[in-house]
Design a protein around this ligand. Structure first.
Ligand SMILES: *[C@@H]1O[C@H](CO)[C@@H](O)[C@H](O)[C@H]1NC(C)=O
Ligand SMILES: *[C@@H]1O[C@H](CO)[C@@H](O)[C@H](O)[C@H]1NC(C)=O
Ligand SMILES: *[C@@H]1O[C@H](CO)[C@@H](O)[C@H](O)[C@H]1NC(C)=O
Ligand SMILES: CC(=O)N[C@H]1CO[C@H](CO)[C@@H](O)[C@@H]1O
Ligand SMILES: [Zn+2]
Length: 438
């Protein structure tokens, strides 16, 4: 066997520079982490791999890959975006699409795709392929064919019912015409269920990163679902309009109409009644479909500056591996176009007019004055710690007012056009302190 000694080094040489190419399959929880690490190795300057503060019930980390011109940092004027997949462990298409998306962004960036480079240069993008790795394992061990097995986490809790119910607080504030219409988490005084570690990790993440747009990827139907998910009256099915209904319908359509099939009126439907959401443009209000309490989508909108929609990516929750690549082809443009929507509307920095210091937690209020109307949009967003804010809006004319306690408010008028693949209109504010009154 002496010749083996000199054969060995050449084998090592061949293997060393090999970075595994992306393969289409159902990646298990170890392979998921490997795909993200491989993407990071290929794109070290524009990515960072990290985990949430909490692990799953079985102790698995919740992995995220970030794309940014400056990974690890929030930069003023750069909106933050997130995709979450596989929250229901048996709904697995989103998980595989997000792994491919991470690989695709990196490959296209390196390959000189100027549109992807521009997107990554202008946006901080966070991708979490699986929020429920335990459920994925349970579903997969059971053969992946059951409508329910593996949906919940390892404590049998449905994570998309496990968020604090901020809708109830919001609806009661609306009725009494008092109280805040945003950032309501501090007002929670009771929980319906113990908060699960996966949920807690995501809540901390939402509180920590100033996301402005996100989507939560599910399966079982083919439709883009937008807030509110919870009905106002408690009815099982009832259109539950949010103050940003125009914007949310635009956001949902920015996915559905860029998907090959979602908005097609003559495609087949899903589910027991076979209803085809393509007949309504591939979108639905959440509660108009069926009311959900404690969902992640509404939680994002009512606890932070984030606008989230829920994507149902197909009738089959656990599609065979052979269909993953064709599914990617159907979803690719929609996944990219939706991320670009982080740049609609207006953005800017709120500063102290005298010192130039950024003002965090300033309230940004919007009035829609298109065609001479005066409609206050009763959902304010706030500036974050470097004084920067992002207000997603559809095209129109607006009055934007920045408020902060101790300062005179400043109002500015702006026209929003939303050109494809361009930044939001910049609108900075300088607030001056009110004169002292004795
Ligand atoms: C990362 O950035 C460094 C410094 O700018 C550069 O030399 C290197 O080529 C970059 N690497 C990749 C993979 O783009
Ligand atoms: C994106 O940023 C990188 C690094 O600053 C730069 O080399 C590249 O030209 C930019 N691409 C586009 C399309 O803006
Ligand atoms: C403002 O009103 C116009 C005209 O009704 C509408 O097209 C636009 O979507 C509205 N914008 C928002 C953010 O609601
Ligand atoms: C409710 C549930 O899914 N429990 C499972 C949690 O995970 C362990 C294995 O780690 C299983 O034995 C339990 O059945
Ligand atoms: Zn689901």
């Amino acid at each position: 066997m002496r010749f083996a000694c000199w054969l060995l080094p050449s084998v090592v040489l061949v293997l060393a520079p090999l970075i595994e190419a992306f393969t289409w399959k159902h990646h298990d929880n170890n392979e998921l982490r490997e795909v993200l690490n491989t993407v990071h190795d290929k794109c070290p300057n524009i990515t960072r791999v990290y985990t949430l503060s909490e692990k799953s019930v079985r102790g698995l980390p919740l992995h995220v890959i970030e794309f940014s011109s400056k990974p690890g940092y929030h930069q003023p004027y750069y909106p933050e975006f997130k995709y979450i997949g596989n929250m229901h462990g048996n709904e697995v298409l989103g998980r595989e699409l997000l792994l491919k998306l991470a690989d695709y962004l990196c490959e296209q960036y390196n390959g000189g795709d100027t549109s992807i480079q521009k997107l990554v240069n202008m946006t901080r993008i966070h991708i979490m392929p699986s929020m429920n790795p335990d459920g994925w394992q349970i579903a997969t061990d059971a053969g992946g064919n059951d409508y329910l097995v593996g949906r919940v986490n390892n404590n049998s809790i449905d994570l998309n019912r496990n968020f604090p119910d901020l809708d109830r607080i919001m609806f009661s504030n609306e009725q009494d015409n008092v109280g805040h219409n945003n950032h309501l988490l501090a007002l929670v005084d009771r929980l319906n269920q113990p908060i699960q570690p996966e949920t807690k990790g995501v809540i901390r993440w939402i509180m920590q990163v100033p996301f402005v747009l996100s989507a939560n990827l599910h399966g079982g139907d083919l439709v883009a679902n937008y807030p509110y998910d919870e009905s106002r009256t408690g009815a099982m099915m009832e259109y539950s309009k949010s103050p940003d209904d125009y914007t949310f319908r635009h956001l949902a359509q920015s996915y559905s109409t860029f998907h090959t099939d979602m908005a097609r009126p003559n495609r087949a439907g899903c589910g027991f009644d076979g209803y085809n959401f393509g007949r309504q443009g591939g979108i639905t209000n959440g509660a108009a479909w069926y009311s959900v309490d404690g969902g992640m989508q509404d939680f994002n909108y009512l606890s932070s500056n984030d606008f989230e929609i829920t994507l149902e990516l197909g009738c089959d929750k656990y599609p065979p591996a052979s269909t993953l690549q064709p599914e990617w082809e159907k979803n690719k443009k929609a996944l990219i176009n939706f991320m670009w929507q982080s740049h609609i509307g207006v953005k800017g920095i709120v500063r102290d007019g005298l010192t130039g210091r950024p003002i965090a937690n300033a309230v940004i209020h919007v009035r829609n004055i298109t065609d001479g109307k005066k409609d206050d949009i009763m959902h304010d967003i706030t500036s974050v710690y470097q004084g920067d804010y992002y207000r997603l809006l559809t095209p129109g004319d607006y009055e934007i007012t920045a408020y902060q306690e101790g300062y005179s408010p400043e109002m500015k008028r702006v026209k929003v056009i939303n050109r494809p693949e361009e930044e939001a209109v910049r609108l900075d504010f300088k607030l001056f302190t009110l004169p002292q009154v004795n």
